[in-house]
Structures are given as C-alpha cells and as structure tokens.
Design a protein around this ligand. Structure first.
Ligand code: F6R
Ligand code: MG
Ligand code: MG
Length: 362
C-alpha cells in the first residue's frame, strides 16, 4: 500500500472583521485553486477551513513531508488570497507571510505546518484540530490527557494494544532541541517540561513500535520574526482508534475549558473554547481562544468528511465554563494573571512601552 501524507498548512492572510474571522471570498478562492490542482493529479484530496482569522489547508498527497511542491502550492494560495485580502482591505493582509520569496519550504516563513505520512489502516479515522488566538503549547495539555492520562483514556488501562504507552517528542522552542520521553515510564519528567507550555511543546507522539499517532505545528512566529507578529494559532493531526485513543478519548480533554496563552494582543491567559466551525469567530476581547475539530475517515487518501466534532451539545458545559472563566479573569484587566508574565510579554509590543519609562527610574 502506497503511503499517504496529510499536510495541514495554515496562515493568517487577513482578517474579517479585524482579527475575528475569514472573508468567504478567501475560502472560495483557496478551494478553487486546490480543486484545479486536484484535477491535475498532484494531490489526492483537500479540505479548506478556517478558525477565526486563520486559513487552514488540509491536503492529502503522495509526495511525503516537507515536499517543495506541496509547500509551494500552499504558499501560492496564501499569496493569491492575500491579494484578495488587499483588494477588500481586510485587516492585516498577508500578516503571516514573513518573506517575499518562497524558499522551498514554508517552515520558517510564517505559516504553520503539521504533516504526517502514514500507511493507511483498514479504517483510518483522523481528527484535525485548528485553533485561533493561542500558541502551539496549547496542545500540550490535551495531548498529555489523550496519550498518557488513564483518567482520560481508559484504553491505556484496558486495551492491551495501548497498555505499553506512547513516546512523546518534546521541542525546546528556545534552544531548538528535542527530547523523546516515554510514558508511563518518564511521565513525571515529561510533565516537568510540558507543564511550561510556552517553552516546551509536544511536536509529535508515536506508538512504541514507531508508528506515528499525532503531530502538531510548532512554528513560533514571534521568535522567528524577532518581534510580535501575532500568536501562532496552531494546528494538529491526531489518528484515532485500533490501538490509538478512541475518537471520544481524543475529544474528551476539551470537555474542560483549560487555560491557554494568547487572546487579546497575544498577551493574556484565557479559557480555550471548543466550538463548531460556525462559531469559530473570536470576538469578545478578541476571543476567548477557539478550537475546532474536524473528523475525517481517510479512504485511499480521500478525505471522507469532515464531521464537525465540536458541533455537539456535550461541549455546551465547556463553552459555558469558558464564558464564566472569561468573565472572572477579565475582571483582572491589565493585572497578572490575566496578563501574561513579563517574560512572555517579551515579544509583544510591551517592551517598546517599557523602554520609554526606563529613563524615569532614579
Ligand atoms: C491576537 C490578535 C489580536 C490583535 C489585536 C490588536 O492574536 O490577533 O488580539 O493582537 O486585535 O491588533 P492590532 O495591533 O493589529 O491593532
Ligand atoms: Mg490576524
Ligand atoms: Mg489568528
């Protein structure tokens, strides 16, 4: 069986209105471009979606990860869509495209990427998550719950094909080094790192046999650009079932609206709200941060779906909790812990204001 690669490539190429959502013309343009390419056979299938002001291209193909042709395809679509955004004077047109010229791979150029190459199983359920107004570290908590916490994933306890646990690849975003930690053996070491989710980010998870289970986008836009250009609004791909967490175990961590960094001006802690695509428009205080989950059954690379997994009343309480937590923490206004600690504000616009004050200290 020929291997199939799933590439999820995303960028904020302009918001409608402000940073809150995506203009329909942009989605249509991206779909039409991918439809043309699909007709020529370069890709197997695609789905275009958005979470807030981020355009997410989900593409299946046989060219492997980091394929120049696929990355160029996405880059060209982002450029085309930026032209539309400019025509309509949408907000922050081309915001995530940090370079004028394509250099062979979109990594390091602004867009976020999560890719995995798999041998499609007899049945291959995958869930693609996309977020807005937050950073890649926001996947640490749910990934830990899905793949290491028996209180979330009963399969770790009672399914012999999961009982061995999983391996986690963790990236130190400041040192650009990775470490592999196994669970349950290295669970406490893993938590030492990933509990600091602005510093250590889970990049990928494997079965102990080596089979890939989950991948995330880990591009740190702020660090790449050396200045604040928006939060990273990450994506992630998770395979489910048959020796991997069940669909319900993969979704269960989002039944609590846990806290993530981002929200207004990428400078606040806020509750992560699981929503349907129809509700993926962060508005209140530019938030609260949103997450969508699209489920697909792969069929020889064709994306059967999506099912909008959070369009489900069983997440109503998480959404209500998000609203209640938002109310509470918002009352702190510019005070921590609503505002991020100074160390995390380094790449925001705050240092410019601090600089002005410097001379006044006696
Ligand atoms: C956060 C985000 C928004 C903006 C805010 C200010 O990721 O995108 O909260 O930071 O709307 O935007 P500017 O500086 O463009 O006016
Ligand atoms: Mg934006
Ligand atoms: Mg965004």
């Amino acid at each position: 069986m020929e291997k199939i690669t799933i590439s999820v490539i995303k960028a904020d190429i302009g918001g409608y209105v402000g940073h809150s959502s995506m203009h329909p013309n942009i989605l249509t343009n991206a779909m039409q471009s991918l439809e043309k390419v699909k007709g020529k056979g370069m890709i197997v299938d695609f789905h275009v979606t958005h979470c807030g002001d981020d355009l997410d291209l989900i593409i299946t193909h046989r060219l492997g990860e980091n394929a120049g042709d696929i990355h160029k395809l996405a880059w060209d679509i982002f450029l085309d869509c930026t032209d539309i955004a400019k025509e309509l004077k949408l907000y922050g047109a081309g915001q995530d495209l940090l370079s004028d010229a394509f250099a062979g791979n979109v990594k390091g150029m602004g867009p976020g990427v999560a890719e995995m190459t798999i041998e499609e199983r007899k049945s291959e359920p995958v869930i693609i998550f996309a977020a807005d107004k937050t950073s890649p570290g926001s996947w640490n908590f749910p990934l830990y719950k899905m793949f290491a916490d028996p209180f979330n994933t009963i399969g770790l306890v009672i399914d012999p094909s999961m009982h061995d646990g999983f391996s986690f690849d963790v990236l130190d975003v400041f040192d650009n080094k990775t470490v592999m930690l196994n669970c349950p053996e290295d669970m406490y070491d893993l938590l030492v790192l990933i509990g600091a989710s602005e510093h250590y980010i889970i990049k990928g998870i494997h079965k102990k046999s080596g089979e890939i289970a989950a991948v995330t986008s880990t591009q740190k836009v702020n660090l790449m650009a050396g200045r604040y250009v928006g939060k990273d609004d990450p994506v992630m791909i998770v395979r489910c079932q048959s020796g991997l967490p069940a669909v319900g175990e993969v979704l269960e961590p989002f039944s609590m609206s846990y806290m993530v960094t981002g929200w207004m001006r990428g400078s606040h802690w806020g509750p992560f709200m699981p929503v349907s695509v129809a509700d993926a428009h962060p508005t209140r205080f530019d938030g609260p941060p949103r997450v969508i989950a699209l489920g697909f059954q792969l069929c020889n690379g064709t994306l059967i779906g999506p099912r909008d997994m959070f369009a489900d009343p069983s997440y109503d309480l998480a959404r209500q909790q998000a609203n209640e937590v938002a109310n509470y923490i918002r009352r702190h206004g510019p005070f921590e812990p609503q505002r991020l600690p100074l160390s995390d504000m380094e790449y925001t616009t705050l240092p410019q204001v601090l600089k002005k004050l410097k001379g006044k200290f006696k």
